[in-house]
Design a protein around this ligand. Structure first.
Ligand code: CTP
Ligand code: CA
Length: 228
């Protein structure tokens, strides 16, 4: 019997990962979206595969290529991601919610293109809240299932960023929260679309259990180290 190599510590573990950013349709040609590229989520997929895990990816509008060896389910909107994640979570030991999910969607989707002539000089959109996928998965988790969420924050003050993270994990009910500063600051972009990432990982008590800065691959491996 071969001993699992150090690089194969997740052999046979069933890991479910969401990645990318949802698009919320307005009409047949338009959507509300966000700047998530899916790079950190896909890095998690690659790292988990390299460590021997059996990975399922729920992918929303990725801007990066996906390893061919991963089972991938394509979705676009938050509602579609909700359905796919809820189904797939049934057979997952570890769930990582790396996708940027739209908090709201247009209340109605127009069957035909919205026309300027109908809307006039201003156009008001009515939005309704999307289901909170992570909170739902955490609330209905199976015994022993590990659930990891992300927090995308634009807060620049380190203490206030941490406070937001602590507040968020208590609301989400997940085991770990990967707190990630995102957004455009002084002309540079952080988090979204970049090759590197800086994260702080909190446990459910709000205690910092890990900090990582570097390539999205190295951050991914640091997150996978949370799997016991
Ligand atoms: N998330 C989710 N379903 C949603 C919104 C977010 O599952 N409808 C997940 C994200 O995938 C992420 C975590 O919840 O893992 C935190 O997302 P974030 O946008 O940072 O937090 P929100 O709870 O949406 O709060 P806010 O955007 O107001 O900061
Ligand atoms: Ca949000």
């Amino acid at each position: 019997e071969a001993v699992a190599s150090a690089g194969q510590d997740l052999t046979g573990r069933r890991v479910l990962i969401s990645a990318g950013g949802t698009r919320e349709p307005l009409d047949p040609v338009r959507f509300l979206g966000n700047r998530s590229s899916g790079k950190q989520g896909v890095a998690l997929v690659q790292a988990a595969l390299a460590r021997g895990a059996s990975v399922t990816l729920i992918a929303a509008n990725l801007e990066v290529a996906v390893p061919t060896s991963v089972t991938t389910i394509l979705v676009s909107s938050a509602v579609e991601m909700h359905e796919a994640m809820t189904l797939a979570a049934d057979s997952a030991e570890v769930v990582i919610m790396a996708a940027a999910v739209a908090d709201y969607r247009p209340k109605t989707v127009q069957l035909g293109k919205i026309k300027k002539a109908d809307a006039g000089d201003t156009l008001t959109l009515e939005l309704v809240k999307n289901p909170d996928i992570l909170a739902g998965l955490a609330a209905s988790r199976k015994p022993g299932q590990l659930i990891i969420g992300f927090a995308a924050e634009t807060e620049t003050d380190a203490d206030r960023l941490l406070a937001l993270g602590r507040d968020k994990i208590s609301r989400k009910g997940c085991d770990f929260l990967v707190v990630n500063r995102v957004g455009h600051t002084s002309g540079a972009t952080e988090g979204f679309g970049t090759e590197r990432n800086t994260v702080t990982v909190l446990d459910r008590h709000g205690v910092i259990v890990n900090e990582a800065s570097g390539s999205k691959m190295s951050v991914a491996n640091c997150i996978l180290d949370l799997i016991r």
